[in-house]
Design a protein around this ligand. Structure first.
Ligand code: C5P
Length: 239
């Protein structure tokens, strides 16, 4: 948990739009209110994601490539090496020990930081059992979080509800990045367990990922600025 990151850099806006035009329009509307964007499967598989990522980096923005890599080690290593050429700040991998070690090798020598996804938040204990796991959600998250630290991965993606416990388990050095964040009064969309930006940051999150409350706001720029103000409040509430 570092205090060196600026409040604005702590907000990562999920650019969950289908194409280049929508992405460019949103980035232009947000202007300097947002410095960090998450580019995910929709924009990348739609074809525009990597060009948009390069353009954002060239423009001085930070980029988080959210492709949640998971394959045999050779493929993950080589895919990560390709992602590292984009100039992105973060990329995601699933928190399997082989996968994380391979991604580390692929990112070696670059500034790309790796974030591990421990257990998808759509999974509950029954889902894990039917998928053949011996652990419930809570235990599997803790096990994988420790394996991620062991693998030298830089941080974790996790629900804000897990931030405090993971911070206590992992200590200050792992980056904790939390989606599932909703400003007070914002629509939940399909998110069920949410926290406000201030609470997520106070609980130990380093960055928060927010999509629709910004991108679907009548005034996205004002929405982003209000979230950054909430982040500032959260920083003052950290223990
Ligand atoms: O629009 P919203 O704020 O819900 O967007 C959150 C972003 O974070 C989306 O890109 C979503 O896919 C991602 N995400 C999430 N919950 C997770 C993992 C990722 O909402 N557990």
């Amino acid at each position: 948990m570092t205090n060196a990151i600026t409040p604005r850099d702590r907000l990562i806006v999920a650019l969950d739009v289908p194409g280049a035009t929508e992405a460019r329009d949103m980035v232009a509307r947000l202007g300097d209110s947002v410095s960090f964007y998450k580019i995910g499967m929709e924009l990348i598989y739609g074809g525009a994601g990597f060009d948009i990522s390069r353009a954002l980096v060239a423009d001085g923005k930070k980029v988080f490539i959210d492709l949640k890599l998971h394959d045999i080690p050779n493929t993950v290593e080589r895919a990560t090496r390709q992602l590292a050429t984009l100039g992105a700040t973060f990329a995601t991998v699933h928190a399997y020990p082989q996968t994380m070690a391979a991604a580390k090798r692929g990112a070696a020598g670059s500034s790309l930081k790796l974030l591990a996804v421990t257990v998808m938040t759509s999974y509950d204990d029954a889902d894990l059992q039917s998928a053949g796991y011996a652990f419930g959600v809570r235990d599997l998250i803790a096990r994988r979080a420790l394996q991620a630290r062991e693998a030298g991965v830089d941080g974790l993606i996790l629900s804000p509800e897990e931030a405090e416990a993971m911070r206590a388990l992992l200590g200050p050095d792992m980056l904790l990045v939390t989606p599932g964040v909703r400003p007070a009064g914002a629509a939940l969309g399909d998110q069920k367990r949410v926290m406000t930006p201030a609470r997520a940051i106070a609980a130990g999150a380093d960055h928060i990922v927010v999509g629709r409350p910004v991108t679907e706001a009548a005034d996205p720029r004002a929405a982003a600025q209000a979230i950054v103000a909430e982040i500032e409040t959260g920083l003052t509430q950290r223990r």
